[in-house]
Design a protein around this ligand. Structure first.
Ligand SMILES: C[S@@+](CC[C@H](N)C(=O)[O-])C[C@H]1O[C@@H](n2cnc3c(N)ncnc32)[C@H](O)[C@@H]1O
Length: 364
């Protein structure tokens, strides 16, 4: 009986059995399993075909070499760890970098100035803190995740990151058009519950459309927009980005937090380009390998963010993100980053802090 633990020699005539098993800890030859195809393969071997079950595995990746899908992130983690000496994880900078100063977002300023604790608490009774994925300021000391003083560690991290993103992306976009978004149209693709769309309206954007594939997110976006008093300038709808064809274009298109949850990256960037008049913003997880490519992910960390339950995502490298923007027809690309609050101790290890999450602006 063939064993998955590497006892068979290539060229022998094995009976193929279950090949699922851990990779060996030793340097013994590795073997490849064919559990599903064993009957057919044995027929082929009986018919004179040669079968070689010896695996050749890169020394950079030994975790679960059997290619059975579920250990993708462990394998990738091992690759990253082992490729450190080759300096493959340098944070490259290939386009102009604009650093946006740290200033409170329009939503933060609005929430601080209103005497609206009762309304905020009423909203949190309708949609309790554990049902909002991210932090959005609602009233002094109070946000969608609850009272700022009593957040758990993951919630506090979410708060820092949410405030950081909301400020540097939307202030950056506003500064690129002269300081405010007055009179402009903006589309927020995969808007979730509308934080960025609402922030755009608070910054003066006149027509703000947001859509998301999940009905529940859009219901919350409408509620939150009502809370911030931006209903007159915001419209939210349920749609799949690959089918969204509004017969119009927008001055600014936001494509935030989506590029690493999908399987058709080129089509997504093309669709973003088609919807945009002036500029598009892409904020995404990126990988640091110095080539234009995609890392296959299974979306196990945030299944509620993927388009469907396919359990398959293509995560771009930093270079792929930039190249895709050019290939889709954008003429110029720059990058935005923020200045983190010095009190955010976790920034150093946050994806934004280590160059694994980046934000580019692509001009048409
Ligand atoms: C990580 S969240 C990002 C939310 C928001 N844009 C942000 O950056 O904070 C990903 C969002 O994409 C939505 N989504 C996933 N696939 C989509 C698709 N094909 N069309 C529209 N929305 C989609 C999810 O429902 C989810 O709200």
């Amino acid at each position: 009986m063939w064993s998955p633990f590497g006892k068979n020699k290539p060229g022998s005539k094995p009976v193929v059995g279950s090949g699922v098993g851990p990779a060996p800890a030793t340097d013994a030859p590795l073997a490849i399993g064919l559990p599903q195809a064993s009957e057919a393969v044995n027929k082929a071997v009986a018919g004179g075909c040669q079968l070689d079950l010896t695996a050749r595995v890169s020394p950079l990746v030994r975790v679960n070499h059997q290619m059975r899908g579920t250990k993708l992130s462990a394998r990738y983690g091992e690759f990253l760890q082992n490729s450190k000496p080759a300096q493959m994880q340098v944070v490259e900078q290939l386009v102009p970098l604009l650093t946006v100063p740290r200033r409170p977002s329009a939503a933060e300023r609005w929430a601080e100035q209103q005497d609206n604790e009762a309304a905020a608490r009423a909203l949190l009774r309708e949609v309790p803190p554990n049902e909002w994925g991210y932090f959005m300021p609602l009233a002094p000391g109070l946000g969608t995740l609850g009272a700022v003083g009593s957040l758990t560690v993951p919630q506090a991290t979410s708060r820092w990151r949410s405030l950081y993103r909301l400020n540097f992306i939307m202030d950056g976009v506003s500064q690129l058009v002269g300081g405010r978004l007055d009179g402009l149209s903006l589309l927020d693709i995969a808007c979730n519950w509308g934080a960025f769309a609402i922030e755009a309206a608070l910054r003066g954007a006149q027509e703000v459309d947001g859509f998301d594939i999940r009905t529940q997110n859009i219901e919350r976006a409408r509620r939150l927009s009502g809370y911030f008093g931006t209903e007159a300038n915001t419209r939210f709808s349920v749609a799949d980005v690959y089918e969204f064809q509004p017969q119009r274009t927008y001055d600014i298109v936001l494509n935030l937090g989506l590029m690493y949850h999908i399987t058709k990256p080129y089509e997504l960037v093309r669709a973003t380009h088609a919807l945009c008049k002036h500029m598009a913003v892409f904020d995404t997880v990126v990988h640091r390998e110095p080539f234009s490519g995609f890392i296959l992910g299974t979306g196990e960390h945030a299944p509620e963010h993927a388009a469907t339950a396919t359990g398959c995502e293509l995560h771009p490298t930093y270079r792929a993100l930039i190249e895709l923007a050019y290939l889709a027809g954008f003429k110029e690309v720059i990058e935005l980053q923020g200045e983190p609050d010095p009190a955010w101790a976790g920034f150093k290890t946050d994806p934004y802090g280590v160059g694994q999450r980046r934000c580019i602006v692509a001009f048409k």
